[in-house]
Design a protein around this ligand. Structure first.
Ligand code: AMP
Length: 585
């Protein structure tokens, strides 16, 4: 069923930050956007300086920067001045440990205040910040710390003991482990952060980084090979700042809730940096999703702008179907969603439940900031990701067999979503992987790996991934990383992993395994494999199901045909099988 366009009113247009799309597109320049930030007199730029120091200097020191709600409902508030002081102390702790510009500081933490302080303090110190998702198992953590040559890890005692301690000594680069929840005595080889923070000075002069100095290292996944460390520089803050204003309609004084975990790129760029540079109050909830709790937070915290994700919206829709009370959120002005396709039903459900629609937007780890969005003042076509941001030039392209790139101008032509490089937050490389990085660019375009279409009004429609990566509950999962762990099990000869559609999580991970000769499939072995994967990879990444096959479909050159497994599982056409090696099923 085609969904009716949701029309915005003249008063929507009058009240939005980006009132008229065409005018904004015509008048926008990245130089002007850069001019809205303070920078340093010598042309330097530092993300944390823009997020904290600039706000304090502008008289916002007493404003609430961060309201943290603990699992047990305890609340901790930090004004901009207090958050700055905490970040300064953290930067001083790093300094006292000999950590400074260019060093790599990793955080493996739940959504605790220390995570926010560590991120901002690291950036102030001129060091590079990398968040790790706390639901990762030891394997993804270790791979990411090895690739990024981590120098410092900030974590909790439980996470350290469960996920890091066993292999820590093998990571030569790792100089310090700071534990956030040790009051005094820290276990051997670690440092208790709280007493170190208490001893550290509250003043710190933010390191004068340059715009091209590395600031953030965010990991993402491809179809093959190890995770990729996307390098982002301080200049990215220009995009974080301005896109928060245009795509999320943020303005000073807003109460803003980004439900993404800072272990992923959205939770850092739009869960820490963008809101603070825009002078808003961040709400952070430590607890996991709970429909009733979310309802209460939205209402009681008087959230004005809410940035969430389709999986969470679908879970709320389910809960609401049982209990369709209005949310009662008169303060809520703008709702946005990112990370996976947002079903048109969910956009329209927003109108019923909240009196306003969800605004879908699109970006990825590599782009560093939102690229395509439904803006507050723009009519929404439910199911579309919206239109490119001012300063962003997008297209739909096709690669010829020779590798030439051709833009597809015909409305609704299916091709790869591509962007013209030139925006400030584009990744500067995949760490140590020049060839993989170069492959993302061709014919003057950055190729996103997503398949999409553009309609005659310039709205973009997501179709799917061009590769085999899986999006489960908004988390990007590389099949290779999962297959490698399954292959480590002594019973496994071959493994292939695909994403299967799921009504709530978007996709769920399913694994296919061929056993070594002489071994028989059994329910006990299936459970053992699931447990093995869960222990090594963590619940967020591990397969939810394992199926046995005599062998897996492969091309004649030996590559496992994941797409064929998926087509068979879903009863879809099997496509071109000319490269398929004969197989026994
Ligand atoms: P990540 O790098 O983990 O943020 O994942 C980026 C990928 O998530 C994109 O390349 C898309 O495949 C998917 N994605 C992000 N936003 C959307 C959206 N609004 N609609 C559909 N897919 C999305």
């Amino acid at each position: 069923m085609p969904w009716a366009t949701l029309r915005k009113t003249p008063s929507d247009r009058a009240s939005a930050n980006l009132g008229d799309y065409e005018t904004a597109i015509a008048s926008f320049s990245w130089d002007q956007a850069r001019g809205e930030l303070a920078g340093f007199p010598d042309g330097g730029l530092n993300i944390a300086h823009e997020a904290l120091d600039r706000q304090v200097q502008a008289g916002r020191g007493a404003q609430l920067a961060l309201r943290w709600i603990g699992r047990d409902d305890a609340v901790r508030d930090f004004t901009y001045a207090q958050l700055t002081a905490q970040a300064n102390r953290f930067a001083n702790v790093l300094g006292s440990l000999g950590i400074g510009k260019g060093d790599r500081v990793y955080a493996l933490l739940g959504r605790t205040p220390e995570l926010y302080v560590a991120a901002l303090g690291t950036l102030k110190a001129g060091a590079v910040f990398t968040p790790l998702f706390s639901a990762f198992g030891p394997e993804p953590i270790r791979a990411r710390m090895e690739i990024g040559e981590a120098n410092v890890l900030v974590t909790s005692q439980a996470l350290y003991h469960r996920k890091v301690e066993a292999w820590r000594a093998e990571l030569g680069s790792l100089r310090q482990v700071l534990l956030t929840d040790c009051a005094a005595e820290a276990p051997a080889g670690t440092i208790a952060l709280a007493p170190a923070m208490a001893r550290a000075a509250e003043a710190f002069e933010t390191v004068r980084t340059g715009p091209e100095d590395m600031a953030l290292l965010h990991f993402t996944s491809g179809t093959t090979g190890k995770p990729k460390g996307a390098v982002h520089v301080h200049e990215a803050v220009v995009a974080h700042h301005i896109t928060g204003r245009t795509a999320l309609d943020l303005r000073p004084g807003d109460i803003y809730w980004c439900t993404a975990d800072p272990g992923w790129v959205t939770g850092t760029s739009y869960g820490i940096i963008s809101p603070l540079t825009n002078g808003v109050t961040l709400v952070v909830d430590e607890a996991e999703f709970d429909a009733e709790r979310w309802r209460t937070i939205l209402r009681e915290q008087k959230v004005t702008v809410w940035y969430t994700a389709p999986t969470a919206i679908r879970m709320l829709m389910r809960a609401w179907a049982q209990d369709p009370r209005p949310f009662g959120v008169p303060d809520l002005r703008f709702m946005a969603s990112v990370g996976e396709p947002l079903n048109p039903e969910a956009v329209v459900w927003g109108l019923q439940a909240f009196g306003r629609p969800f605004h879908d937007n699109w970006w990825q780890t590599e782009t560093g900031g939102i690229m395509i969005a439904n803006f507050a003042a723009m009519d929404i076509k439910p199911g579309s990701m919206g239109r490119p941001l001012p300063g962003v030039s997008a297209g739909i392209v096709e690669r010829s067999p020779e590798g030439d790139i051709r833009e597809l101008e015909t409305p609704m032509a299916l091709g790869e979503l591509a962007l013209r490089p030139g925006w400030p937050s584009i990744m500067r490389g995949y760490l140590h992987e020049e060839a993989r990085f170069r492959k993302c660019f061709a014919g003057g375009w950055y190729l996103t790996g997503d398949l999409a279409m553009r309609d005659s009004d310039g709205y973009y429609w997501f179709v799917g991934r061009a590769d085999d990566v899986i999006k489960s509950a908004g988390h990007l999962i590389g099949p290779f990383e999962v297959e490698s762990v399954l292959m480590e099990h002594p019973a496994v000869a071959e493994a292939a992993v695909i994403g299967l559609p799921d009504p709530v999580s978007g996709e769920v991970v399913k694994a296919y395994v061929a056993l070594k000769a002489g071994l028989d499939a059994s329910e006990a072995l299936r459970r053992e494999l699931l447990g093995h994967a869960r222990k090594r990879l963590g619940a967020a990444v591990a397969p939810k199901d394992v199926a046995f096959r005599l062998n897996l479909p492969k091309t004649r050159s030996g590559k496992i045909m994941r797409r064929l497994l998926k087509a068979r599982e879903l009863g879809l056409p099997e496509g071109d099988l000319s490269t398929l090696e004969s197989e026994e099923r």
